[in-house]
Design a protein around this ligand. Structure first.
Ligand SMILES: [Zn+2]
Length: 270
């Protein structure tokens, strides 16, 4: 009932808003958006507009945040949950956007209880139950389908945090095998670590993934949506696990836009 009321309220707000008219031009620069055609494109736009209504967008420092920027960030943000629903982003309410990489505020404690404070500028950050913080100049770098996307990276952390720490194991759907998930990611981790130690120059994903298992999941998620062929060829098992988790197959979507009735029947889900 509450959900229906929320949708009704949102429908009224969206009907009065002119944001939808600016959506196409706002997402034009992002090649991944072109993968979504037909009914999927309609749902992508609808989800992005609802995400904008549900989250507060805040400009960091003196940055001037404009509608096309908010539309692009919202669209990138909803791609991972397009088949899951916006309720997967529950429990937090704001997106803060700085113009350039920002120095994180506050301290953090590692697994040994040691408190750290970093003064290294970040391109993005996701706080447990708190905001997602992004650097706009880094958001714009997701324009080459090379596997980099700071928005998808931080949103993957948010999904991972739904059941506690960002540990590389988000809540899996019924029927998914946590053992198989772990095995496929561990094998990929070992392979990346070996190539990185051998100083191979053509690594399939950013070696930043080796920071910890949460980062590995976030970086492979970026590659899954931005450069699916590369991920599927390098680590087919990880690719299959991510297809099952995100309920999308970005490689198939690229070649055969889905236009079947099942998809449009799902359009009411949020
Ligand atoms: Zn990260």
């Amino acid at each position: 009932m509450l959900k229906r009321l929320q949708r009704w309220r949102e429908d009224r707000l969206l009907a009065r808003s002119h944001l939808g008219e600016r959506w196409e031009s706002a997402v034009e620069s992002w090649p991944v958006a072109a993968r979504y055609q037909g009914p999927e494109r309609t749902r992508l736009k609808d989800s992005a507009l609802r995400f904008l209504l549900r989250k507060q967008f805040v400009a960091g420092a003196d940055f001037e945040l404009e509608d096309p920027m908010r539309l692009l960030v919202a669209t990138m943000a909803v791609v991972p949950v397009l088949e899951l629903g916006l309720h997967w982003y529950r429990g937090w309410s704001s997106v803060v956007i700085y113009e350039t990489p920002f120095v994180p505020a506050g301290e953090w404690e590692d697994e040994f209880g040691i408190v750290h404070q970093s003064d290294e500028p970040l391109s993005g950050e996701a706080w447990p139950q708190g905001p997602v913080i992004l650097s706009w100049s880094d958001v714009l770098e997701a324009n080459a389908e090379d596997g980099y996307n700071v928005v998808i990276h931080e949103m993957a952390h948010k999904l991972d945090m739904l059941d506690g720490d960002a540990n590389g194991a988000p809540p899996l759907h019924r029927g998914m095998d946590p053992g198989a998930w772990k095995r496929s990611f561990s094998t990929a981790w070992d392979a990346l670590e070996a190539s990185h130690e051998a100083e191979a120059d053509d690594l399939p994903i950013d070696p930043y993934a080796l920071e910890d298992s949460g980062e590995f999941f976030a970086v492979t998620s970026e590659c899954f949506f931005e450069a699916p062929e590369r991920l599927a060829t390098t680590w087919p098992d990880v690719y299959a696990q991510l297809c099952a988790f995100y309920r999308q197959d970005p490689r198939r979507q690229r070649h055969e836009p889905q236009q079947d009735a099942t998809k449009s029947a799902q359009s009411l889900r949020d």
